[in-house]
Ligand binder design. Structure first.
Ligand code: BES
Ligand code: MN
Ligand code: ZN
Length: 518
């Protein structure tokens, strides 16, 4: 897909001559609808359309202003009214941000239906949320909702191959610098999440561990980051027994991709680790066939972390960020890891393999131990499609969050709410860690049926020591995420925007919320 231009303009909507002009309309508590265009308001009244369009949240009215010969009030080919619903004034701020994103997504969907290329949206004034945030979230929603992945549709009929929006004009009465900056923020966030979706949409035979390496190097070049890639030989030399074990059954070489962003001033360092399992067959403990194709998405943690680095490259925040993506396939080839095998992780801990399908924790463990030793970060966050149990616990609506540091957890919960990617904390504790006890090794790689998401996190906990750490299990949200206008079917790109929000607010929270490490 080509990149979409987003422009803030003060030029009158009546003069916009593109494909679709959009007004957002609030549902009045009583009385007549108020539309930013007095002409539209009077049309609505005269035509009696008010009976059909009440501006409830998500309600739409599409019409063709140029069909009426005598009406030359608008130059646009189509006019779209989008209901915002009632705004009472007591809505939570995050809820209003989400409403703007949802409205943006809906506009993108409608634009897609009529194959619009150039649209203009008149930014509404919404009580309880600053104009710049309306602009930020609305552009984010449109760009997220306008996403499609057509790369492998080579023979589809023309009408299925609509390429999405070329230009989005945002009309504002005063196009201030703050507004421009906010739109840019929305754009950066959306493009990061879209990049994560792109990676996830690539099938396992096209997006291999080596592609994570290539992508990392590309980002490094574009944004002056430092990229290091550990290959199989280095992993052997360094004793990364977890990722090597998982890779044994595959003919694709494993990669550990490290991307470093360093601001000019000395700052804290945040380490991010994303599971980059490019296909999870389960290995010898083979998964059932039905739905196995979805396991090409088992790299969504890695995709989120890479996407975040793209956004970081654009915004250059005042925080050191290191991203590590351990990448491999989990296959059942002749040399594959077997149940009963004992492996040794990077930090020397041994693990009895009970189930080769619990492979994510094995590759993350090495990456965490290595990252902590090498970069000595102040905080560490990992993202992974780690357990089916996360779907049992929270469905497809919330990401499971676990961690050893309340402040970091609080910040992530807040960042998730602000970005429309809600999280829910689950506990850790020695009772759960006990489930991992092995008779023959330091631990085993599964903790039985109960509390699967927690025992998986308890496994990782053994590798983070007392560094403040949080773990996001995105198994339920990386795809089939809650149906929303701005999340098309398929991979959601979850995590990238939450992490970006966390990074954006870091400076403020460094002093007040996140405490210094002991
Ligand atoms: N990648 C899967 C987890 C997964 C399953 C994500 C379904 C999304 C949808 C992971 O590697 C896995 O297979 N986990 C096992 C762990 C079990 C063997 C302890 C699981 O959840 O069944
Ligand atoms: Mn697995
Ligand atoms: Zn997996």
């Amino acid at each position: 897909m080509k990149s979409t231009k987003v422009i803030v303009t003060e030029k009158k909507p009546e003069q916009f001559s593109g494909d679709l002009l959009v007004y957002c309309v609030e549902q009045p508590k009583k009385g007549a609808l108020k539309c930013d265009s007095s002409i539209v308001s009077s049309w609505l009244e005269q035509s009696g359309t008010l009976e059909e369009f009440r501006a409830k949240e998500g309600e739409l009215l599409l019409f063709y202003p140029r069909i009426e010969k005598e009406s030359v009030s608008f130059s646009a080919r189509r006019l779209l009214l989008v209901g915002l619903g009632k705004i009472e004034g007591n809505e939570a701020h995050d809820e209003l941000r989400e409403r703007c994103r949802l409205t943006g997504g809906l506009i993108a969907q409608q634009a897609g239906k009529v194959k619009a290329k150039k649209i203009m949206i008149c930014l509404p004034e919404i009580m309880g949320i600053p104009a710049k945030e309306v602009a930020e979230c609305m552009s984010e929603g449109v760009l997220l909702g306008d996403y499609r992945f057509l790369k492998y549709k080579k023979n589809a009929p023309e009408e299925e191959l609509y390429q999405g929006l070329e230009e989005i004009r945002l009309f504002a009465r005063a196009s201030t610098d703050a507004l421009h900056k906010a739109v840019r923020m929305g754009q950066i966030a959306a493009l990061a999440a879209r990049e994560a979706r792109n990676m996830a949409n690539e099938p396992g035979n096209c997006w291999t561990p080596s592609h994570f390496a290539t992508h990392g190097r590309m980002l490094a070049k574009k944004y002056s980051l430092k990229c290091t890639v550990l290959g199989k030989d280095e992993m052997k030399r360094m004793g990364m027994g977890g990722i090597l074990a998982v890779n044994q059954g595959s003919t694709e070489p494993p990669k550990m991709v490290v991307l470093e962003y360093r601001p000019i001033h000395k700052t804290q360092t945040l380490l991010l680790v994303g599971k980059g399992l490019t296909f999870d067959s389960g290995g010898v403990s083979l998964k059932p066939g039905a739905g196995m194709e979805d396991m090409k998405y088992d790299m969504c943690g890695g995709a989120a972390v890479m996407a975040l680095m793209q956004a970081v490259g654009e915004e250059r925040p005042d925080l050191g960020i290191v991203a590590i993506v351990p990448a491999t396939e989990n296959m059942a080839g002749g040399a594959a890891l077997k149940p009963g095998d004992i492996i040794t992780h990077y930090n020397g801990l041994t693990s009895e393999i009970v189930n080769t399908d619990a492979e994510g924790r094995l590759i993350l463990a090495d990456a965490l131990a290595f990252g902590l030793e090498k970069f000595k970060p102040d905080y560490v966050i990992d993202l992974a499609t780690l357990t089916g149990a996360a779907i049992i616990a929270l469905g497809h609506h919330r990401t499971a969050l676990l961690g050893n540091n309340d402040e970091l957890v609080e910040c992530l919960l807040a960042a998730g709410d602000r970005s429309g990617e809600p999280l829910w904390r689950l506990p850790l504790g020695k009772e759960y860690t006990k489930q991992l006890e092995s008779r023959v090794a330091d631990m085993k790689n599964t903790g039985g049926k109960s509390a699967g998401t927690i025992t998986a996190a308890a496994y990782l906990e053994k590798f983070v020591g007392d560094t403040p750490w949080a773990h996001l299990d995105i198994a339920g949200t990386a795809w089939e995420f809650t149906e929303k206008s701005y999340v098309p079917r398929g991979p959601s790109g979850i995590g990238a925007r939450t992490l970006l929000e966390l990074v954006r607010r870091w400076k403020k929270e460094e002093k007040t919320v996140i405490v210094q490490r002991k």
